[in-house]
Design a protein around this ligand. Sequence first.
Ligand code: APR
Length: 182
Amino acid sequence: MEIKRGKTTIKTIVADITTLKVDAIVNAANSSLMGGGGVDGAIHRAGGPTILEECKKIVTKIGRLPTGEAVITTAGNMPSKYVIHTVGPVWHGGNRREPELLKNCYINSLKLAKEKGIKTIAFPSISTGVYGYPVEKAAKVAVKAVIDFVEENPDYFDEIIFCGYDPYTEKHYASELSNYKK
Ligand code: APR
């Protein structure tokens, strides 16, 4: 599924995000920035130890990364250039600011990307694995956040990718994105 807004192509794919040749991939990290399971584990394995070294320096400087915030490191051995690490909210039923915090993950990642001159970026399905956010609800928040950002910055990004690891996840983002087709 693919739509266009200004100069930006926004699309969904099924892939292992660590294999993508884009300027930046986004990591669904945790506040410690010390790695973990899921996509976080896959990124640290594929990228190698330099990513963790950079994360440690960041934590020394700023402490734990609050939910919804984003920081950037290089991508080590992966084909992308950078990893933007953000921390999604843990799903507690929806009344603990989960949608707002998830939206912040996308907005703060895109803001940081723009500051760094990143033109192509891929997001995993933040919070919908270990953190338990229902994927259909997360897809709504994610797609709206990205479209709103692009509509406010129509001449900046070349490509923004929603990367599902499995077809079920991708289908939800694709169906949400199709609502924005003009
Ligand atoms: N490429 C793309 N997507 C992936 C990959 C991969 N290589 N591996 C896993 N995913 C998908 C999962 O299938 C899920 O759809 O990423 C999505 C997010 O799942 P998690 O990685 O579990 O992330 P999240 O729910 O945000 O939980 C974050 O998990 O291990 C940790 O350190 C991380 O504590 C943090 C928590």
